[in-house]
Design a binder for this molecule. Sequence first.
Ligand SMILES: [Ca+2]
Ligand SMILES: [Ca+2]
Ligand SMILES: [Ca+2]
Length: 279
Amino acid sequence: MKHSALIRLAASALSLQLGTFLVQAQTFNLSDNNATADINVGTSAGMYNWSVQGQNQLFQQWFWYRVGASGAEAPINTISPALAVANNGTRGLSTTYSQGQFSVRVEYLLTGGLLGGTKSTISETITINNVSLAPLDFHFFQYSDFNLGGSAAGDSVVIGKNLFTGLYNAANQVHPLVSFEESVISPGANHAEVGFFPNTLNKLNDLNTDNLNDVTGFTGPGDVNWAFQWDFSIAPGASAIINKSKYVELTVIPEPTAITFLLSAVAFVTLRRSRRVGS
Ligand SMILES: [Ca+2]
Ligand SMILES: [Ca+2]
Ligand SMILES: [Ca+2]
């Protein structure tokens, strides 16, 4: 057998064996009416696009975890290659990362408004299963770097608490042209952090043990980012479930008709003034 044939044979055997690994590099594109979202399920680039009317509002959102009180945090794509399944037509995606002790499943559902509309939501449900025979001390982190209005500049953010539970349950990021809110439906987060890129991201990626610092803003304007941290103790055979919803709205749409009206009004006033000066 010639070398090239051998290589082809080996390559096809490899792709059969590593079928799930091929999924790792895969990007999924969600769409619904006026909105699209892109998710790289195999790297910490994660969800790197959420566009409304073609304008991207998101640079990076991804999830990190730590087992136990000490040790480095790691992105969930290092647990295993993603088992990813699209659902709900072009709107939904379910991704699962699992190893011998636990699994993490993240489900995304994109909802767009009418074509030409200004609003969109993404809901996310995260399920952490303890499949071991011992309690699981599991710390889960969501890191979000939104760049509203299509640029990193000019954003401000504040994180809020549920006054009854004392847990962090909302992040509001604002920009002159776009407003954004994330609501944690259940349960609230134990810690939160706002700051300027890339301080929080560096914490999650370095080799130190880190917990979010509970600095909640108001922070900005600038290239802000923010994060939530949940501290779970999950009984053997039990699950932790996080339910969240994100909402983005373009608050100012430059409408050609309005601009035309404004320009003609200015022209009219200028004309009257020049006539008065002339008379
Ligand atoms: Ca911006
Ligand atoms: Ca760290
Ligand atoms: Ca940002």
